[in-house]
Write a protein that binds this ligand. Sequence first.
Ligand SMILES: Nc1nc2c(c(=O)[nH]1)N[C@H]1C(S)=C(S)[C@@H](COP(=O)(O)OP(=O)(O)OC[C@H]3O[C@@H](n4cnc5c(N)ncnc54)[C@H](O)[C@@H]3O)O[C@H]1N2
Ligand code: MOO
Length: 426
Amino acid sequence: MPPSSSSASNPRTSAPRTLASVDDHAARVRSLLPRPDPADVPLAECDGLILAADLVAKVALPGFDNSAMDGYAVRRADVESATADSPAEIPVSDDIPAGRIDVPPLKPGTAARIMTGSPVPEGADAIVPVEQTDAATTGAPPATVRIYEAPTPAQHVRRQGEEASAGDVVLPAGTPLTPSSIGLAAAVGHPSLPVYRRPRVLVLSTGSELVAVGGPLKPGQIYESNSHMLAAAIRRVGATAHTLTLVPDDVDSFMSSLKSAAADADLIITSGGVSAGAYEVVKDGLSSTGTVQFDKVGMQPGMPQGAGTVFGTPIVTLPGNPVSVYVSFEVFVRPALLTYMGIDDTERPGFVGTWTGGDQPSPAGKRQFLRGTCDVPAGEVAPIGTPPSHLLASLARSNCLAIVPEETTQLHNGDDVEIWLLDGAL
Ligand SMILES: Nc1nc2c(c(=O)[nH]1)N[C@H]1C(S)=C(S)[C@@H](COP(=O)(O)OP(=O)(O)OC[C@H]3O[C@@H](n4cnc5c(N)ncnc54)[C@H](O)[C@@H]3O)O[C@H]1N2
Ligand code: MOO
Protein backbone atom coordinates (compact mmCIF):
# COMPACT_ATOMS: atom_id res chain seq x y z
CA MET A 1 0.00 0.00 0.00
CA PRO A 2 1.35 3.44 -0.82
CA PRO A 3 1.45 5.65 2.25
CA SER A 4 -1.41 8.04 2.93
CA SER A 5 -1.12 11.61 1.74
CA SER A 6 -2.28 12.97 5.09
CA SER A 7 0.93 11.78 6.63
CA ALA A 8 1.24 14.47 9.30
CA SER A 9 -1.83 13.19 11.11
CA ASN A 10 -1.54 9.51 10.21
CA PRO A 11 0.43 7.47 12.75
CA ARG A 12 1.17 4.77 10.17
CA THR A 13 3.14 7.17 7.98
CA SER A 14 4.50 9.61 10.54
CA ALA A 15 8.20 9.10 11.07
CA PRO A 16 9.19 8.02 14.55
CA ARG A 17 11.64 10.44 16.14
CA THR A 18 14.19 7.66 16.38
CA LEU A 19 14.84 7.47 12.65
CA ALA A 20 18.48 7.94 11.76
CA SER A 21 19.19 10.23 8.83
CA VAL A 22 20.16 8.82 5.44
CA ASP A 23 23.21 11.07 5.33
CA ASP A 24 24.44 10.02 8.77
CA HIS A 25 24.14 6.34 7.91
CA ALA A 26 25.86 6.92 4.58
CA ALA A 27 28.73 8.64 6.41
CA ARG A 28 28.98 5.75 8.88
CA VAL A 29 29.21 3.20 6.07
CA ARG A 30 31.78 5.31 4.24
CA SER A 31 33.92 5.61 7.37
CA LEU A 32 34.08 1.82 7.59
CA LEU A 33 36.00 1.70 4.32
CA PRO A 34 38.81 4.24 4.39
CA ARG A 35 40.77 4.50 1.16
CA PRO A 36 43.81 2.22 1.42
CA ASP A 37 47.34 3.04 0.27
CA PRO A 38 47.81 2.40 -3.45
CA ALA A 39 49.09 -1.02 -4.52
CA ASP A 40 51.11 -2.01 -7.57
CA VAL A 41 48.84 -4.12 -9.78
CA PRO A 42 49.71 -5.93 -13.07
CA LEU A 43 48.23 -4.31 -16.18
CA ALA A 44 45.97 -7.32 -16.79
CA GLU A 45 44.03 -6.44 -13.62
CA CYS A 46 43.98 -2.65 -13.97
CA ASP A 47 40.98 -2.02 -16.20
CA GLY A 48 38.46 0.20 -14.41
CA LEU A 49 40.80 1.06 -11.53
CA ILE A 50 42.03 4.55 -10.69
CA LEU A 51 45.64 5.51 -11.35
CA ALA A 52 47.08 6.54 -7.98
CA ALA A 53 50.17 8.41 -9.20
CA ASP A 54 51.16 10.33 -12.33
CA LEU A 55 52.12 7.95 -15.13
CA VAL A 56 55.63 8.95 -16.20
CA ALA A 57 56.95 7.70 -19.54
CA LYS A 58 60.05 5.51 -19.20
CA VAL A 59 60.64 5.73 -22.95
CA ALA A 60 59.74 8.27 -25.62
CA LEU A 61 56.66 7.85 -27.78
CA PRO A 62 57.57 7.07 -30.53
CA GLY A 63 60.84 5.69 -29.25
CA PHE A 64 62.75 6.48 -32.49
CA ASP A 65 62.09 7.99 -35.91
CA ASN A 66 60.18 5.31 -37.79
CA SER A 67 58.25 4.81 -40.98
CA ALA A 68 54.48 5.21 -41.15
CA MET A 69 54.31 3.36 -44.50
CA ASP A 70 55.67 0.35 -46.30
CA GLY A 71 57.86 1.88 -48.98
CA TYR A 72 61.29 3.40 -49.55
CA ALA A 73 63.36 5.69 -47.34
CA VAL A 74 65.06 8.35 -49.45
CA ARG A 75 66.94 11.60 -49.29
CA ARG A 76 64.51 14.09 -50.82
CA ALA A 77 67.30 15.80 -52.69
CA ASP A 78 67.90 12.55 -54.66
CA VAL A 79 64.32 12.33 -55.96
CA GLU A 80 63.01 15.91 -55.95
CA SER A 81 62.45 15.95 -59.72
CA ALA A 82 60.36 12.73 -59.75
CA THR A 83 56.99 12.82 -61.55
CA ALA A 84 54.71 10.18 -62.99
CA ASP A 85 55.93 11.05 -66.51
CA SER A 86 59.55 11.32 -65.52
CA PRO A 87 60.25 9.01 -62.55
CA ALA A 88 63.51 9.07 -60.61
CA GLU A 89 65.30 5.71 -60.67
CA ILE A 90 67.79 4.99 -57.88
CA PRO A 91 69.55 1.87 -56.51
CA VAL A 92 68.11 0.09 -53.50
CA SER A 93 70.97 -0.20 -50.99
CA ASP A 94 69.28 -1.78 -47.97
CA ASP A 95 66.20 -3.57 -46.65
CA ILE A 96 64.85 -2.59 -43.22
CA PRO A 97 62.18 -4.84 -41.68
CA ALA A 98 60.49 -3.81 -38.40
CA GLY A 99 62.61 -4.80 -35.41
CA ARG A 100 65.96 -4.43 -37.19
CA ILE A 101 68.41 -2.99 -34.66
CA ASP A 102 71.56 -2.40 -36.77
CA VAL A 103 70.34 0.08 -39.39
CA PRO A 104 73.28 1.91 -41.04
CA PRO A 105 72.97 5.46 -42.45
CA LEU A 106 71.39 5.68 -45.91
CA LYS A 107 74.01 5.84 -48.66
CA PRO A 108 73.60 9.07 -50.66
CA GLY A 109 71.93 8.54 -54.02
CA THR A 110 70.18 5.32 -52.91
CA ALA A 111 66.89 4.22 -51.36
CA ALA A 112 66.32 1.68 -48.57
CA ARG A 113 63.25 -0.54 -48.63
CA ILE A 114 61.47 0.04 -45.33
CA MET A 115 58.41 -1.33 -43.54
CA THR A 116 55.86 0.37 -41.30
CA GLY A 117 57.36 0.77 -37.83
CA SER A 118 60.98 0.24 -39.00
CA PRO A 119 63.69 2.68 -37.92
CA VAL A 120 64.30 5.42 -40.49
CA PRO A 121 68.00 5.31 -41.43
CA GLU A 122 70.10 8.32 -40.57
CA GLY A 123 70.26 10.63 -43.59
CA ALA A 124 66.83 9.68 -44.96
CA ASP A 125 64.30 12.52 -44.71
CA ALA A 126 61.17 11.09 -46.31
CA ILE A 127 59.36 7.83 -47.02
CA VAL A 128 57.91 7.12 -50.46
CA PRO A 129 54.99 4.66 -50.16
CA VAL A 130 55.38 1.54 -52.29
CA GLU A 131 52.29 2.57 -54.28
CA GLN A 132 54.25 5.57 -55.65
CA THR A 133 57.00 3.29 -57.00
CA ASP A 134 57.30 0.52 -59.55
CA ALA A 135 58.29 -2.00 -56.87
CA ALA A 136 56.31 -5.05 -55.82
CA THR A 137 55.04 -5.02 -52.27
CA THR A 138 56.41 -8.48 -51.48
CA GLY A 139 59.47 -10.64 -52.23
CA ALA A 140 63.11 -9.65 -52.26
CA PRO A 141 63.94 -5.97 -52.62
CA PRO A 142 64.63 -4.90 -56.24
CA ALA A 143 68.07 -3.70 -57.39
CA THR A 144 66.62 -0.31 -58.31
CA VAL A 145 63.37 1.47 -57.70
CA ARG A 146 61.47 4.02 -59.79
CA ILE A 147 59.82 6.80 -57.82
CA TYR A 148 56.84 8.53 -59.43
CA GLU A 149 56.24 11.40 -57.02
CA ALA A 150 58.65 13.72 -55.18
CA PRO A 151 58.08 13.39 -51.40
CA THR A 152 57.31 16.33 -49.16
CA PRO A 153 59.65 17.10 -46.21
CA ALA A 154 59.53 14.33 -43.54
CA GLN A 155 56.74 12.62 -45.45
CA HIS A 156 55.49 9.52 -43.55
CA VAL A 157 58.18 9.83 -40.89
CA ARG A 158 56.88 9.34 -37.33
CA ARG A 159 59.16 11.48 -35.19
CA GLN A 160 60.82 10.28 -31.99
CA GLY A 161 59.11 11.86 -28.97
CA GLU A 162 56.23 13.24 -31.07
CA GLU A 163 53.75 12.38 -28.29
CA ALA A 164 56.00 12.14 -25.24
CA SER A 165 59.62 12.24 -24.19
CA ALA A 166 61.01 9.93 -21.51
CA GLY A 167 60.18 11.58 -18.18
CA ASP A 168 56.97 13.22 -19.39
CA VAL A 169 53.72 12.73 -17.45
CA VAL A 170 51.44 11.00 -19.94
CA LEU A 171 48.43 10.51 -17.62
CA PRO A 172 47.74 12.35 -14.37
CA ALA A 173 46.99 10.63 -11.06
CA GLY A 174 43.27 10.08 -10.72
CA THR A 175 42.73 8.88 -14.30
CA PRO A 176 40.26 5.98 -14.56
CA LEU A 177 42.12 3.24 -16.39
CA THR A 178 40.61 2.11 -19.66
CA PRO A 179 41.83 -0.23 -22.39
CA SER A 180 43.57 2.65 -24.16
CA SER A 181 45.28 3.98 -21.05
CA ILE A 182 46.43 0.47 -20.18
CA GLY A 183 47.85 0.23 -23.71
CA LEU A 184 49.62 3.54 -23.17
CA ALA A 185 51.10 2.36 -19.86
CA ALA A 186 52.58 -0.67 -21.60
CA ALA A 187 53.87 1.45 -24.48
CA VAL A 188 55.78 3.72 -22.10
CA GLY A 189 57.29 0.82 -20.17
CA HIS A 190 55.08 0.00 -17.16
CA PRO A 191 54.15 -3.69 -16.65
CA SER A 192 52.14 -2.73 -13.55
CA LEU A 193 50.56 0.44 -12.20
CA PRO A 194 49.96 2.00 -8.79
CA VAL A 195 46.20 1.85 -8.28
CA TYR A 196 43.58 1.67 -5.58
CA ARG A 197 42.83 -2.01 -5.59
CA ARG A 198 39.46 -3.66 -5.84
CA PRO A 199 37.81 -4.30 -2.48
CA ARG A 200 36.85 -7.93 -1.89
CA VAL A 201 33.21 -8.03 -0.93
CA LEU A 202 31.53 -11.02 0.66
CA VAL A 203 27.75 -11.20 0.18
CA LEU A 204 25.89 -13.30 2.70
CA SER A 205 22.19 -13.93 2.09
CA THR A 206 20.17 -15.20 4.99
CA GLY A 207 16.72 -16.69 5.12
CA SER A 208 15.47 -20.24 5.69
CA GLU A 209 12.86 -19.69 2.96
CA LEU A 210 15.51 -19.27 0.27
CA VAL A 211 16.24 -21.89 -2.38
CA ALA A 212 19.07 -21.75 -4.92
CA VAL A 213 17.64 -20.62 -8.23
CA GLY A 214 16.62 -23.53 -10.45
CA GLY A 215 15.96 -26.01 -7.65
CA PRO A 216 12.52 -27.37 -6.75
CA LEU A 217 10.39 -25.00 -4.67
CA LYS A 218 8.22 -26.20 -1.81
CA PRO A 219 5.28 -24.14 -0.57
CA GLY A 220 6.57 -21.13 1.35
CA GLN A 221 9.96 -21.14 -0.38
CA ILE A 222 11.30 -18.61 -2.89
CA TYR A 223 14.32 -18.42 -5.13
CA GLU A 224 17.27 -16.61 -3.64
CA SER A 225 17.86 -13.52 -5.78
CA ASN A 226 19.53 -10.86 -3.65
CA SER A 227 23.02 -12.35 -3.80
CA HIS A 228 22.85 -12.43 -7.61
CA MET A 229 21.74 -8.81 -7.76
CA LEU A 230 24.30 -7.63 -5.21
CA ALA A 231 27.18 -9.53 -6.79
CA ALA A 232 26.38 -7.97 -10.17
CA ALA A 233 26.13 -4.50 -8.63
CA ILE A 234 29.43 -5.00 -6.78
CA ARG A 235 31.20 -6.13 -9.94
CA ARG A 236 29.81 -3.17 -11.86
CA VAL A 237 31.47 -0.87 -9.37
CA GLY A 238 34.74 -2.72 -10.05
CA ALA A 239 35.00 -4.59 -6.76
CA THR A 240 35.19 -8.36 -6.53
CA ALA A 241 32.21 -10.28 -5.19
CA HIS A 242 32.08 -13.61 -3.41
CA THR A 243 28.70 -14.95 -2.36
CA LEU A 244 27.67 -17.21 0.48
CA THR A 245 23.98 -17.86 0.21
CA LEU A 246 21.24 -19.75 1.88
CA VAL A 247 22.60 -19.26 5.36
CA PRO A 248 19.71 -20.57 7.44
CA ASP A 249 18.02 -18.46 10.09
CA ASP A 250 20.26 -19.87 12.75
CA VAL A 251 22.48 -17.53 14.74
CA ASP A 252 25.28 -20.01 15.43
CA SER A 253 25.67 -21.09 11.83
CA PHE A 254 25.44 -17.46 10.67
CA MET A 255 28.19 -16.37 13.07
CA SER A 256 30.42 -19.30 12.18
CA SER A 257 29.96 -18.52 8.45
CA LEU A 258 31.03 -14.96 9.19
CA LYS A 259 33.99 -16.03 11.26
CA SER A 260 35.42 -18.30 8.60
CA ALA A 261 34.93 -15.78 5.77
CA ALA A 262 35.72 -12.44 7.43
CA ALA A 263 39.49 -12.53 7.09
CA ASP A 264 39.31 -12.78 3.29
CA ALA A 265 36.92 -9.85 2.84
CA ASP A 266 37.37 -6.09 2.93
CA LEU A 267 33.62 -5.71 3.36
CA ILE A 268 30.80 -8.06 4.26
CA ILE A 269 27.28 -7.30 3.08
CA THR A 270 24.37 -9.26 4.46
CA SER A 271 20.82 -9.23 3.20
CA GLY A 272 17.79 -9.96 5.34
CA GLY A 273 17.30 -10.69 9.00
CA VAL A 274 17.42 -7.14 10.36
CA SER A 275 13.84 -6.03 10.99
CA ALA A 276 11.53 -6.66 13.93
CA GLY A 277 10.57 -10.33 13.60
CA ALA A 278 11.25 -13.31 15.82
CA TYR A 279 13.95 -14.83 13.60
CA GLU A 280 16.21 -11.89 12.69
CA VAL A 281 19.39 -13.89 12.43
CA VAL A 282 21.66 -11.03 11.37
CA LYS A 283 20.46 -8.64 14.03
CA ASP A 284 20.36 -11.35 16.71
CA GLY A 285 23.85 -12.60 15.92
CA LEU A 286 25.54 -9.24 15.56
CA SER A 287 23.81 -7.30 18.35
CA SER A 288 25.72 -9.27 20.97
CA THR A 289 29.08 -8.29 19.45
CA GLY A 290 28.55 -4.65 20.36
CA THR A 291 30.42 -3.63 17.22
CA VAL A 292 27.46 -3.23 14.85
CA GLN A 293 24.95 -0.41 15.16
CA PHE A 294 21.39 -1.11 14.02
CA ASP A 295 19.13 1.78 13.08
CA LYS A 296 15.86 2.57 11.45
CA VAL A 297 16.90 5.01 8.74
CA GLY A 298 14.52 7.65 7.43
CA MET A 299 14.13 6.29 3.95
CA GLN A 300 11.77 4.18 1.90
CA PRO A 301 12.63 1.56 0.92
CA GLY A 302 15.55 0.47 3.07
CA MET A 303 14.54 1.50 6.57
CA PRO A 304 16.20 -1.24 8.71
CA GLN A 305 19.98 -0.89 8.44
CA GLY A 306 23.10 -1.85 10.33
CA ALA A 307 26.79 -1.05 10.02
CA GLY A 308 29.94 -1.81 11.99
CA THR A 309 32.64 -4.47 12.14
CA VAL A 310 32.65 -8.17 12.86
CA PHE A 311 35.75 -10.29 13.46
CA GLY A 312 37.68 -7.16 12.46
CA THR A 313 35.99 -6.76 9.06
CA PRO A 314 33.56 -3.97 8.12
CA ILE A 315 30.01 -5.19 7.75
CA VAL A 316 26.90 -3.53 6.33
CA THR A 317 23.60 -5.28 6.97
CA LEU A 318 20.95 -4.56 4.36
CA PRO A 319 17.26 -5.36 4.62
CA GLY A 320 16.05 -8.42 2.75
CA ASN A 321 13.34 -7.07 0.50
CA PRO A 322 14.83 -7.06 -3.02
CA VAL A 323 14.14 -3.39 -3.81
CA SER A 324 15.35 -2.40 -0.33
CA VAL A 325 18.60 -4.26 -0.95
CA TYR A 326 19.13 -2.56 -4.28
CA VAL A 327 18.32 0.95 -3.09
CA SER A 328 20.43 0.47 0.06
CA PHE A 329 23.36 -0.64 -2.07
CA GLU A 330 22.95 2.43 -4.27
CA VAL A 331 22.66 4.86 -1.38
CA PHE A 332 25.20 3.45 1.08
CA VAL A 333 27.47 0.77 -0.36
CA ARG A 334 28.20 1.93 -3.89
CA PRO A 335 29.59 5.33 -2.79
CA ALA A 336 31.71 3.67 -0.08
CA LEU A 337 33.19 1.15 -2.52
CA LEU A 338 33.90 3.85 -5.09
CA THR A 339 35.61 6.03 -2.46
CA TYR A 340 37.75 3.05 -1.42
CA MET A 341 38.74 2.62 -5.06
CA GLY A 342 40.02 6.18 -5.37
CA ILE A 343 36.95 7.85 -6.87
CA ASP A 344 36.00 11.18 -5.32
CA ASP A 345 32.83 11.92 -7.24
CA THR A 346 30.67 8.95 -6.29
CA GLU A 347 27.30 10.35 -7.32
CA ARG A 348 25.23 8.74 -10.01
CA PRO A 349 24.82 10.96 -13.06
CA GLY A 350 21.57 12.80 -12.69
CA PHE A 351 19.68 16.03 -12.88
CA VAL A 352 16.56 17.72 -11.61
CA GLY A 353 13.77 16.42 -13.83
CA THR A 354 10.07 17.08 -14.18
CA TRP A 355 7.63 14.70 -12.52
CA THR A 356 4.95 13.39 -14.90
CA GLY A 357 3.54 10.59 -12.72
CA GLY A 358 0.53 12.45 -11.34
CA ASP A 359 -0.19 12.78 -7.62
CA GLN A 360 2.30 10.68 -5.69
CA PRO A 361 2.31 10.57 -1.89
CA SER A 362 5.56 10.28 0.02
CA PRO A 363 6.00 9.54 3.74
CA ALA A 364 6.86 12.53 5.94
CA GLY A 365 10.34 12.30 7.43
CA LYS A 366 11.53 9.64 4.98
CA ARG A 367 13.55 10.13 1.84
CA GLN A 368 11.74 8.13 -0.79
CA PHE A 369 13.49 6.45 -3.67
CA LEU A 370 10.91 5.82 -6.38
CA ARG A 371 11.70 3.61 -9.33
CA GLY A 372 10.99 5.26 -12.64
CA THR A 373 11.60 5.70 -16.29
CA CYS A 374 13.28 8.83 -17.36
CA ASP A 375 13.02 10.45 -20.75
CA VAL A 376 16.46 12.01 -20.63
CA PRO A 377 16.18 14.48 -23.55
CA ALA A 378 12.81 15.75 -22.30
CA GLY A 379 13.99 15.72 -18.68
CA GLU A 380 10.78 13.97 -17.62
CA VAL A 381 10.30 11.11 -15.18
CA ALA A 382 7.35 8.83 -14.47
CA PRO A 383 7.13 6.05 -11.86
CA ILE A 384 7.21 2.34 -12.59
CA GLY A 385 5.14 0.29 -10.22
CA THR A 386 4.35 1.44 -6.72
CA PRO A 387 6.61 2.09 -3.70
CA PRO A 388 6.54 -1.31 -1.88
CA SER A 389 9.92 -2.95 -1.69
CA HIS A 390 9.09 -6.46 -2.93
CA LEU A 391 8.34 -5.22 -6.48
CA LEU A 392 11.50 -6.47 -8.15
CA ALA A 393 10.09 -6.60 -11.69
CA SER A 394 9.27 -2.89 -11.56
CA LEU A 395 12.80 -2.18 -10.39
CA ALA A 396 14.24 -4.24 -13.22
CA ARG A 397 12.23 -2.22 -15.76
CA SER A 398 13.27 1.16 -14.38
CA ASN A 399 16.18 3.26 -15.60
CA CYS A 400 16.31 5.79 -12.80
CA LEU A 401 15.54 6.52 -9.20
CA ALA A 402 13.49 9.61 -8.38
CA ILE A 403 14.40 10.98 -4.96
CA VAL A 404 11.68 12.64 -2.94
CA PRO A 405 13.05 14.59 0.05
CA GLU A 406 12.02 13.90 3.66
CA GLU A 407 9.92 17.06 3.90
CA THR A 408 7.90 16.44 0.72
CA THR A 409 4.67 14.53 1.26
CA GLN A 410 3.15 14.89 -2.20
CA LEU A 411 4.48 15.08 -5.73
CA HIS A 412 2.36 16.60 -8.49
CA ASN A 413 2.78 16.76 -12.23
CA GLY A 414 5.31 19.42 -13.15
CA ASP A 415 7.17 19.29 -9.82
CA ASP A 416 10.96 19.28 -9.84
CA VAL A 417 12.39 15.95 -8.75
CA GLU A 418 15.97 14.78 -8.37
CA ILE A 419 16.87 11.92 -10.72
CA TRP A 420 19.69 9.39 -10.48
CA LEU A 421 20.26 7.69 -13.79
CA LEU A 422 20.97 3.99 -13.37
CA ASP A 423 23.22 1.86 -15.54
CA GLY A 424 21.94 1.68 -19.08
CA ALA A 425 19.82 4.85 -18.84
CA LEU A 426 21.82 6.74 -21.43
N1 LIG B 1 7.07 -5.18 12.45
C1 LIG B 1 7.91 -4.75 11.51
N2 LIG B 1 8.08 -5.48 10.43
C2 LIG B 1 8.91 -5.07 9.46
C3 LIG B 1 9.57 -3.85 9.59
C4 LIG B 1 9.38 -3.10 10.77
O1 LIG B 1 9.97 -2.03 10.95
N3 LIG B 1 8.56 -3.60 11.70
N4 LIG B 1 10.34 -3.40 8.56
C5 LIG B 1 9.93 -3.85 7.25
C6 LIG B 1 10.86 -3.40 6.28
S1 LIG B 1 10.79 -1.78 5.89
C7 LIG B 1 11.69 -4.23 5.65
S2 LIG B 1 12.70 -3.66 4.39
C8 LIG B 1 11.79 -5.64 5.97
C9 LIG B 1 13.22 -6.05 6.19
O2 LIG B 1 13.23 -7.30 6.72
P1 LIG B 1 14.54 -8.16 6.93
O3 LIG B 1 15.75 -7.39 6.61
O4 LIG B 1 14.48 -8.76 8.23
O5 LIG B 1 14.43 -9.20 5.78
P2 LIG B 1 13.70 -10.59 5.76
O6 LIG B 1 12.59 -10.56 6.70
O7 LIG B 1 14.72 -11.63 5.92
O8 LIG B 1 13.19 -10.57 4.28
C10 LIG B 1 12.32 -9.61 3.82
C11 LIG B 1 11.70 -10.10 2.52
O9 LIG B 1 12.71 -10.23 1.55
C12 LIG B 1 12.78 -11.57 1.08
N5 LIG B 1 14.18 -11.94 0.94
C13 LIG B 1 15.11 -11.94 1.92
N6 LIG B 1 16.29 -12.33 1.46
C14 LIG B 1 16.13 -12.60 0.17
C15 LIG B 1 16.99 -13.07 -0.84
N7 LIG B 1 18.29 -13.32 -0.59
N8 LIG B 1 16.50 -13.24 -2.08
C16 LIG B 1 15.19 -12.99 -2.33
N9 LIG B 1 14.33 -12.52 -1.41
C17 LIG B 1 14.78 -12.36 -0.18
C18 LIG B 1 12.14 -12.40 2.19
O10 LIG B 1 11.65 -13.61 1.73
C19 LIG B 1 11.08 -11.45 2.66
O11 LIG B 1 9.95 -11.50 1.82
O12 LIG B 1 11.06 -5.94 7.12
C20 LIG B 1 9.76 -5.35 7.17
N10 LIG B 1 9.07 -5.83 8.32
O1 MOO C 1 12.22 -0.13 4.24
MO1 MOO C 1 11.58 -1.56 3.73
O2 MOO C 1 12.98 -1.49 2.86
O3 MOO C 1 10.47 -0.39 3.00
O4 MOO C 1 10.66 -2.41 2.65
